[in-house]
Write a protein of this length. Structure first.
Ligand code: ZN
Ligand code: ZN
Length: 537
């Protein structure tokens, strides 16, 4: 079986893997590249395969960086089956047409400029209508059932705990009478999610394709995130400012509503009278889908619903559907909380709210999600003094906060815990869906902690996955030796630290310490390390 990494390779967005099993071709995810003009170029690139030749598309979850180019695939000739969970299918029925609408609006804006500049007009990546067309290929299945989609390919979707309906894909592939099992982690959820179960642990796999978004970071203590939000809200209200929360329409918005519901229901809550606007038609529709798919939640949330408390509804919560209602928010006299999409601020109504609030020092902008490189959100988080919105330069005067605990992604600890769930070591783990530092750090730790061979594939790279033991064993051995060196180095470090302690103790006891020999040994070690490093280069 061959696998080609067509997206999320050495980057976070654009998830897409092409799997070829004999004559059968299937895709896992077909996501949009996000963040800046380089991403746009990748979205518009020609495919390296013919869409009509793709038999199946397995979709891990509804996020646009995993599903966002499906309408383009259909527009260019795909006619196969799209297999995903029922909840993901439900979410895609609103997210993809919304994405098509954004493509159309942005292209219209670009074309106005191009027309004035005497340039030729461009086509949108796809339209809202293309997205509606694509929906007829979707088939929703349940978690945990093994289905055979082809004589040589079976699969099962497991709960990834990342967003409603998100899944880990287990795939069994038969070739030349031999079977291999490949696991695609999809996006793995954080244990902090108040709504969803933890990501499912997988017992075994021959090969794993794994996300690394937070490979180099730990989330702060989860108990603090609601308190952080509360403090920011109260502080801002005291200054008579607004709290603007750029939020992904799906999952994050509902998670924020869940937290606000809890904060508002607390005894003597100071938030009771503060209006909360959900200003995103997509978020409003997504909330309805969440309310319809209660079985996907964890037991506590299901119980909450059963007790009659809808966690996505509370007094003073206002859903603004029309653009008139949206505009009216900015005439609001009282301080208010505005939750709006898109989460990375590159599109949607959030841009208007940033335009009206970023320049006001009494206001706060609270980021509660991942900000891709080059996105507007990332520039603001990174401390931009001013940003351009609708062709206008806006001074950034408001307070800017990031609350990381809201992340829908497992952090470094969570990712490593998930790897530890494999009872039988996979032959190799391919690390994707991460920025450079996250990928290299996670790779280092997987080698160090588990001695599992791993690789960071490049965009467009094709790798042959075969059950043939020789090739995988040889590769494993080379990584295993690195792992054993690592263990030796760890021992050496411990020895040196112990020695240093002894020397310090001796010195403080007034004993005469002879350090010449030690210096000599350290020098020798340093020159050996230098030698090895030069040879490796
Ligand atoms: Zn995701
Ligand atoms: Zn993703």
């Amino acid at each position: 079986m061959k696998i080609t990494f067509l997206g999320a390779a050495e980057m976070v967005t654009g998830s897409c893997y092409l799997c070829e099993v004999d004559e059968t071709k299937l895709l896992v995810d077909f996501g949009m590249f996000q963040g800046g003009s380089a991403a746009d170029d990748l979205n518009f690139n020609d495919f390296t395969f013919h869409p009509a030749e793709i038999d199946y598309l397995i979709l891990t979850h509804a996020h646009i960086d995993h599903s966002g180019r499906i309408p383009q695939l259909v527009r260019r000739g795909f006619q196969g089956r799209i297999i995903t969970t029922a909840a993901t299918k439900d979410l895609c029925s609103i997210m993809l047409p919304d994405s098509g609408f954004i493509q159309e609006t942005e292209t219209e804006w670009i074309n106005k400029k191009r027309l004035r500049a005497g340039k030729s007009l461009v086509e949108p990546l796809y339209t809202s209508e293309d997205a509606h067309d694509a929906l007829k290929y979707f088939e929703g299945i349940e978690y945990d059932e093994i289905i055979t989609i082809h004589e040589n390919v079976s699969l099962r979707l497991r709960n990834a705990g990342h967003i409603l309906g998100s899944s880990i894909l287990e795939m069994w592939v038969k070739e030349n009478d031999k079977e291999i099992k490949i696991v695609f982690s999809g996006d793995l959820g954080s244990k902090n999610s108040p709504l969803l179960d933890h990501p499912t642990m997988i017992d075994e796999a021959d090969f794993v394709i794994m996300e690394s978004t937070y490979g180099n970071r730990l989330h702060p203590n989860s108990r603090n995130k609601a308190l952080q939000l509360l403090e920011i809200i109260l502080e801002t209200v005291k200054k008579k400012g607004n709290i603007v929360i750029p939020s992904f329409a799906v999952e994050r918005t509902q998670e924020i509503l869940y937290e606000l519901n809890t904060l508002k229901e607390a005894k003597e809550s100071k938030l009771k009278d503060i209006p909360v606007f959900v200003d995103s038609p997509l978020a409003i529709n997504a909330t309805k889908i969440f309310e319809r798919n209660k079985t996907y939640f964890n037991d506590d949330t299901i119980k909450l619903f059963e007790s009659g408390d809808n966690p996505f509804d509370f007094p003073n919560l206002i859903f603004t559907e029309t653009s008139e209602e949206s505009k009216a928010i900015n005439f609001e006299k009282r301080s208010c909380i505005i939750i709006s999409a898109s989460g990375m601020c590159d599109a949607g109504r959030i841009k208007h709210h940033l335009k009206h609030n970023l320049w006001r020092s009494e206001c706060s902008v609270v980021f509660v999600g991942y900000q891709a490189k080059e996105s507007l959100g990332r520039r603001i988080v990174d401390g931009a003094k001013s940003v351009k919105l609708f062709g206008e330069e806006i001074n950034v005067q408001s307070s800017i906060y990031s609350i990381e605990g809201f992340s829908g992604h497992a952090d470094q600890k969570g990712l490593l815990e998930w790897v530890s769930g494999f009872k039988k070591k996979p032959s190799k783990i391919f690390l994707t869906h991460g920025e450079d530092e996250a990928l290299t750090e996670l790779s280092r730790l997987i080698t160090k902690n588990f001695g599992i061979a791993n690789e960071i594939p490049k965009l467009g790279q094709t790798i042959e996955l075969s059950p043939c033991k020789e090739s995988s064993v040889v590769k494993e051995r080379s990584f295993a030796s690195v792992a054993s060196i690592q263990t030796n180095i760890d021992h050496l470090k411990n020895d040196f630290e112990a020695l240093l302690e002894q020397l310090q103790e001796a010195a403080s006891a007034g004993e005469y310490v002879k350090t010449d020999e030690l210096y000599y040994l350290i020098d020798e070690l340093q020159s050996t390390v230098k030698d090895v490093k030069n040879k490796v280069k």
